[in-house]
Design a protein around this ligand. Structure first.
Ligand code: NAD
Length: 481
């Protein structure tokens, strides 16, 4: 891999301020062509324990620093990420597959959490509470929770780390991160820059490894850990929540979704189609807030489908580093087989493929951007998070009925509403049981607003003032008369 700053390519774990080998190594490959990118340390539960010990030892000094002192280090980290953004984007594209422009967007988005939380930590205000007893003084102060452990997914290998680590470090916590097996290089490169920025040894640690359950048990059960934060599938999240119960850890869970995308008869169809492409085909559909069920009013269904088909046909597929590519491969073969199975299941139950629906000759991980119509709510493709480039369209006629159908899922992460009628848009936005609603846009994630879900999509929020609050304890202090 050719980089302007080759020092960003790290293959060892980062524990207690040192780059350390593990007992074995694990291969990292380019999902577009299977090329070997390198072999990273295959860390174990023992390495995770060493990282937790280091984070625990580093906590007293880091947490006692003033917010301004912590902010200064974090701002250096932010600046180094921005200065190295092209290399970081290249590493991300090569290990994850998304087009370079998307990877660059993720690096800037990821860095923005560090800058924003560095500023926000100066405002960790407590309260003075009017007393219930004359002469007594009641107040609250906010203090960092302690050691924070993080497990992150492969779909956003940079931003899912900074969205957790930045507010934790800004609050005065120390962190241990286990990135996804498929995308450790982005995590290690981020850590190299954190080291250069001057984060003290032990404040940030990264343990990569194939034994996710073994490492995960340490990160969720070690008594020195105060808080566990996870982004990934609902199934794994439930398992990790149960593990956290043994020591009553605080936890945040960013889990799966099944986003409805509702196009009303009063929608601007151009806007709706563009929003749909943005939420459905970015990162080959491997996005937790990606549209999963597209409900289109019967009176505009054909017009919407025709325009969407044209947009899908125009997408350029290829290696993420090629000029003009809109969509790269999926992360691994298993994911391709899964979406293929969902499409076949839908077709067998009466759905129609308008375009795509098959693997592409580019390589074993490529699946064609696909549009299917005639989908119904009882098909697997509508019930499961498809996490692939499949736009699955169904019709509706009544507002009440589509809201009921949209809410009829155990998930509650993101939903999309397309309507030019402000009364209807307000009504529907309020009635949808989701943590985030986007109206007349397909792109809404930002550093400054709370990201997270209801129901089985998670617990807690990341980003915004809510994202900072997750890493503080509120201490009530009562002074007698
Ligand atoms: P995953 O749950 O398979 O893996 C996520 C992480 O958990 C990885 O680091 C993996 O190594 C680790 N892991 C897996 N099994 C484990 C175990 N038994 N113990 C400890 N760690 C374990 O999810 P994925 O396929 O990497 O990511 C896709 C999922 O993540 C989708 O469901 C998506 O919706 C969700 N996601 C949610 C958000 C959000 O903010 N809500 C963001 C991105 C992705």
């Amino acid at each position: 891999m050719k980089l302007a700053n080759p020092d960003l390519l790290k293959f060892q774990n980062y524990i207690d301020g040192e780059w350390r080998d593990a007992e074995g190594t694990a291969e990292v490959r380019d999902p577009a062509n299977g090329e070997l990118l390198g072999k990273v340390a295959d860390g174990s539960a023992a390495d995770a324990e060493a990282a937790v010990a280091a984070a625990s030892a580093a906590f007293p000094e880091w947490s006692r620093r003033t917010a301004g002192e912590r902010a200064a280090v974090l701002k250096r980290w932010y600046q180094l990420i921005m200065d190295n953004s092209e290399d970081l984007a290249r590493i991300l594209t090569l290990e994850q597959g998304k087009p370079l422009a998307e990877a660059q967007g993720e690096i800037i988005y990821g860095a923005s959490f560090i800058e924003w939380f560095a500023e926000e930590c100066r405002r960790a205000y407590g309260q003075t509470i009017p007393s219930h007893n004359p002469g007594m003084r009641l107040s609250t102060i906010r203090q960092p929770v302690g050691v924070v452990t993080c497990i992150t997914p492969w779909n956003f290998p940079n931003a899912m780390i900074t969205r957790k680590a930045a507010p934790a470090l800004a609050a005065g916590c120390t962190v241990v991160i286990k990135p996804a097996l498929e995308t450790p290089l982005s995590a290690l490169a981020l850590c190299r820059l954190a080291e250069e920025a001057g984060l003290p040894k032990g404040t940030i640690n990264v343990v990569t490894g194939t034994d996710a359950p073994g490492i995960g048990r340490v990160l969720t059960q070690d008594p020195r850990v105060a808080k566990f934060t996870f982004t990934g599938s609902t199934a794994v999240g439930k398992l990790l929540m149960a593990q956290c119960a043994s020591t009553v850890k605080k936890m945040s869970m960013e889990l799966g979704g099944n986003a409805p995308f509702i196009v009303f008869d009063d929608a601007d169809i151009d806007t709706a189609v563009k929003a749909c492409v943005a939420t459905k085909f970015r990162n080959a559909g491997q996005v937790c807030v990606a549209t999963n069920r597209i409900y289109v009013h019967e009176s505009v269904h054909d017009e919407f489908v025709e325009q969407l088909r044209a947009e899908v046909a125009a997408l350029k597929i290829g290696h993420g580093t090629e000029e003009g590519v809109n969509m790269g491969p999926m992360i691994f073969r298993r994911a391709v087989d899964r979406v293929q199975g969902l499409v076949q299941d839908a077709v067998a139950a009466g759905a129609k493929i308008e375009i795509g629906g098959e693997q592409l000759p580019n390589g074993e991980n490529y699946f064609a951007p696909t549009l299917i119509t005639g989908v119904t709510d009882n098909m697997r493709i509508a019930q499961e998070e498809n996490f692939g480039p499949i736009a699955a369209v169904q019709k509706f006629t009544e507002e009440d009925d589509v809201v009921r159908r949209a809410n009829d899922t155990p998930y509650g992460l993101a939903a999309y509403v397309m309507s030019e009628n402000i009364r209807r848009a307000n009504r529907v936005v309020e009635a949808l049981e989701y943590g985030m609603i986007a109206c007349n846009t397909g792109v809404f994630s930002t550093t400054v607003a709370p990201f997270g879900g209801t129901k089985e999509s998670g617990i807690g929020r990341e980003g915004g003032v809510e994202g900072m609050a997750e890493f503080y304890e509120t201490k009530y202090c009562c002074f007698g008369a």
